[in-house]
Design a protein around this ligand. Structure first.
Ligand code: MN
Ligand code: MN
Length: 299
């Protein structure tokens, strides 16, 4: 049985963090400071971040979070996706907004929000996921944009941020049906580019995937920390620097590389739009009910 009350508390904390993010995502502000302030905000509410805050700008669609040495500042024309979650015990939230710093991208931002609301209005027990995808695609195409085909919503289960059902952002022909009590996120990613994301060589976010003993001291420390503190949840390289008393980014990266080669860590590479189109995202989490749904990421 889903504990809807615990979920709603996590959902509220995450939405408050999104609202807070609008005060720190500003032209000229540091990404690193913004990320750490948003994560501190979640902790200050008595929760743990479900995953490192993703701050993905323009053609970067997802999985970017600053490193400890990140010197990037927000630019005047940046289109910024902020994706956050809060967790307490087994309850996990996940939601995202797009912040348009120039005001020139309001159409794509509004279209992503509209597609999400259209999709949420269709949710009920027995609804096929391809029907939700088709509804999203219809809104997005009508506005002259394309859905990103290889990103989408997902089931959320105990200890697993991504599990079970995949909710496409277009009609992918998948006639899997939503079940009563399913906890899912729906997240249209849309673009003025090609409609597909590719992995880059850069990763800032990782997840525990094995327990083979590494040789180097730094890899051992990172593995022990991940097993004890992050368990099945994604973490940032920068969290390791902080937890291991300022261990240099060079040594953290070397340790992480060793752990990846052993199969102990899985990286989440930064995802970039195939034709460098700008990407907007809108995400909410909800519980599937018999004839509708309950949105849990709301104030
Ligand atoms: Mn998300
Ligand atoms: Mn998600």
């Amino acid at each position: 049985m889903t504990d809807t009350k615990a979920l709603e508390e996590c959902g509220k904390a995450a939405v408050e963090a999104l609202e807070f993010s609008r005060t720190v995502v500003k032209e000229g502000a540091s990404l690193l400071e913004a990320a750490e302030k948003i994560e501190e905000f979640i902790k200050g509410r008595g929760f743990v971040p479900s995953f490192p805050v993703n701050i993905s700008i323009n053609e970067k669609a997802a999985h970017y979070t600053p490193s400890i040495d990140d010197k990037t500042v927000f630019g005047r024309d940046d289109l910024v996706k902020v994706d956050v979650g809060a967790r307490k015990d087994d309850a996990i939230s996940d939601c995202a907004v797009t912040i348009d710093l120039s005001g020139k991208n309001s159409k794509i931002v509004e279209t992503a929000d509209k597609a999400l609301e259209e999709a949420i209005g269709m949710v009920r027990t027995g609804r096929k996921v391809c029907e939700i995808g088709r509804a999203i695609e219809k809104v997005v195409s009508a506005a002259g944009f394309r859905p990103i085909q290889n990103l989408g919503g997902h089931g959320i289960e105990k200890e697993e941020l991504h599990s079970g059902v995949f909710i496409p952002n277009f009609d992918n022909g998948d006639d899997a049906e939503l079940k009563e009590g399913d906890v899912i996120s729906i997240e249209p990613f849309i673009t003025n580019g090609y409609g597909y994301v590719d992995e880059t060589d850069e990763a800032q976010i990782y997840q525990l995937a094995g327990s083979v003993s590494p040789r180097s001291q730094e890899a051992r420390s990172i593995l022990a920390l991940a097993a004890e503190k992050y368990m099945t949840y994604p973490f940032a390289a920068r969290w390791i620097n902080r937890e291991l008393n300022g261990l240099s980014d060079f040594r953290v990266r070397r340790g992480i590389a060793e752990l990846i080669s052993l199969g102990d860590l899985e990286p989440f590479p930064v995802l970039v739009e195939r034709e460098m189109g700008v990407v907007a995202q809108s995400e909410k989490e909800l519980v599937v009910e018999k004839d509708s749904c309950t949105v849990i990421t709301k104030l």
